[in-house]
Design a binder for this molecule. Structure first.
Ligand SMILES: *[C@@H]1O[C@H](CO)[C@@H](O)[C@H](O)[C@H]1NC(C)=O
Ligand SMILES: *[C@@H]1O[C@H](CO)[C@@H](O)[C@H](O)[C@H]1NC(C)=O
Length: 275
């Protein structure tokens, strides 16, 4: 069994080597896809307050984080929420992995993200969220299952502006619309027994001489209706941030999307469509 700290050290080293390697490849292609797991953002939910050292809260949180060192079903379905206790002092940890990263990649992302949040980013905060490319982890003292989170979110636009109207705003919205439609209609093949929408889709569309690549995902605790509502809200909410940009990531606790003029999801991965 490995310890959490050796795991996180291993992950600090990997991205550096890969960045060096991708910089040597001048032509963006599938071989230069950034399939590494990078830290994007975190937010300490200070309204939920702090727990005391040595408290039951601390012990419960540590126990859940420790349990991440073992394999569990959540890493294979890509979503898990574990909670102990009652409001207002629930100890809940939720994680959501990107659906093309289920399995070992999900496992290592959650281990890294969970210990980073606990030890470095938001020590002793009862509520906190951390976003990586391939997963998000949330600590909460509230029961938020199935609710759309409108508060904890951010927009990460690419630095490059679109030239003229090479890819119109409507075409970008249409790709996101089409991906959301796929996300809420495709049945998840990894969840046995229950027919549940996968709430994830990725794909591309040829537009003139460009390809537009996109991805949408909702949190596994949302219903189909919740996923549609979340995507409707977030595609409108940050429009000023990305309208003129070649690419963007919009992330929230409940749903997220990304589009780029270059491939960032392996087209051989699951739930990928060429429109
Ligand atoms: C890969 O990541 C590096 C560093 O984060 C970035 O500069 C580069 O543009 C990325 N390339 C692709 C194809 O996403
Ligand atoms: C894509 O979405 C548009 C509406 O935005 C719809 O008219 C069109 O039929 C969709 N196409 C596909 C292939 O889903």
């Amino acid at each position: 069994m490995y310890s959490l700290s050796s795991e996180s050290k291993r992950f600090v080293l990997v991205p550096i080597l890969v960045v060096v390697a991708t910089q040597l490849l001048l032509v963006p292609s599938v071989s230069s896809l950034n399939l590494t797991n990078s830290y994007l953002q975190h937010k300490c939910l200070v309204n939920q307050g702090k727990y005391k050292p040595g408290s039951q809260h601390e012990k419960a949180l540590n126990d859940i984080i420790q349990s991440f060192s073992k394999d569990s079903e959540g890493f294979h379905t890509g979503f898990s929420m574990e909670a102990y206790g009652k409001e207002p002092d629930i100890v809940a940890i939720t994680y959501q992995c990107r659906i093309d990263s289920r399995g070992p990649k999900c496992h290592s992302c959650v281990v890294t993200a969970g210990s980073e949040l606990l030890r470095k980013r938001c020590p002793r905060d009862k509520g906190a969220i951390i976003w990586y490319d391939q997963c998000l982890v949330e600590f909460s003292s509230l029961d938020t299952f199935g609710q759309i989170n409108y508060d904890d979110n951010f927009c990460m636009p690419s630095t490059k502006n679109l030239i003229g109207d090479s890819i119109s705003f409507e075409e970008r919205l249409r790709l996101l619309d089409n991906l959301t439609e796929m996300a809420v209609t495709k049945i998840d093949r990894n969840i046995k027994g229950i027919k549940k929408a996968v709430l994830y889709a990725a794909g591309e569309r040829r537009l003139g001489k460009n390809n537009l690549y996109g991805m949408v995902q909702c949190s596994g605790d949302l219903s189909v209706q919740g996923c549609n509502e979340c995507m409707t809200y977030y595609t409108v909410h940050f429009q000023n941030c990305w309208k003129s940009k070649q690419g963007v990531r919009v992330l929230s606790r409940s749903c997220n999307f990304r589009y780029e003029l270059y491939p960032f999801i392996n087209p051989k991965g699951p739930y990928y469509t060429k429109f």
